[in-house]
Design a protein around this ligand. Sequence first.
Ligand SMILES: C[S@@+](CC[C@H](N)C(=O)[O-])C[C@H]1O[C@@H](n2cnc3c(N)ncnc32)[C@H](O)[C@@H]1O
Length: 372
Amino acid sequence: MRFTDTLPTPSAEALAHSAQLAERIRIAIIANGGSIPFREFMRMALYEPGLGYYVAGSRKIGKDGDFITAPEISPLFSQCLANQCAQVLTELGGGDVLELGAGSGIMAADMLARLEALHCLPERYLILDLSPELRDRQRQTLQRHVPHLLARVEWLERLPETPLRGVIVGNEVLDAMPVELFTLVDGDRVIRQVEIQGDGFDLVPVEGHYTSEFNPNLPGWMRSMADSLAAGVLLLIDYGYEQADYYRPDRTQGTLICHYQHRVHDNPLIYPGLQDITASVDFTAVAHAGLDVGFTLGGYTTQAAFLASNALETLFIDALQTNPADQYKLAQQIRTLSLPSEMGERFKVIGLNKGVAFTWQGFALASQQHRL
Ligand SMILES: C[S@@+](CC[C@H](N)C(=O)[O-])C[C@H]1O[C@@H](n2cnc3c(N)ncnc32)[C@H](O)[C@@H]1O
């Protein structure tokens, strides 16, 4: 049985789309003398204009997509983030929220609704995504949930030229950035290359027993975050580890995984454009990249601790009072967001400050920055 036989079969239309992207990757490989670095393969697979996984039309996030994210699981997640944003906006005396990679738009809708209830609406809620096709879907979601707040929402093509005061927030954005794949050979990192193999792709073989990855764009991206923020915070939520855990000796195959229609597997070279490719986040590298460009570390902890510190329990009780019939559903949502075996500990939260100092409420219960 071939590996792809274990996955749901893509439609003829999807296969044709993938074949088109594969052809473009083949051309890039030939133009580069027979191979390209894995990070370039991953960039093309996810973001090649018109064809990449995140920029082409199909639905990725949610029950009928390839994977599901915390804001899709429960509004309680976004409400907790809004509680944290309200503290920052109060400290700053007002400001904007900029969401990176806003997915279906549900996090924006739930955060805005909560910020309104707290009488702490941002002046503007800005959205920046590398995926232009999501904009319509985001607008529809906002129109459905918070039509009266739509006028505050602005979609950006690129980071704002005038640095903003407020919060830049991204859920599961870092894990969607292309990574460099390497194998240790006699203690040295050999950057892995992708070559053409028959009608598909393969890694150029090297002799080594430890393969992992890193995000080469992190320092440059963090610099652009610092340049976009006059004063405020950068709040990032993602799955990942501290560096010592990320590169521990027994993690010999790194963290790269692929999602295709709720199946998880580890072959990024198949079905280019049809499947998500993602790597866990090295939060130590994120913290260092932030400190290098002038941020200070506001805190770091697990998703479970961050949500608990931002009044998850109170929000749960409020939701129960409004909708008593949802008791089972809400309890299940809390379990998924918080249990160590679900998202509670695999997902981490890091907060970075620029030009404003305060004690983050989200890191009050269990700060773990000593682990970074
Ligand atoms: C895994 S999805 C998460 C979507 C959403 N935040 C959620 O939680 O459902 C990652 C999103 O981040 C976007 N993205 C990746 N790199 C980005 C960047 N440098 N700036 C803005 N968005 C980015 C992708 O286009 C994609 O829409």
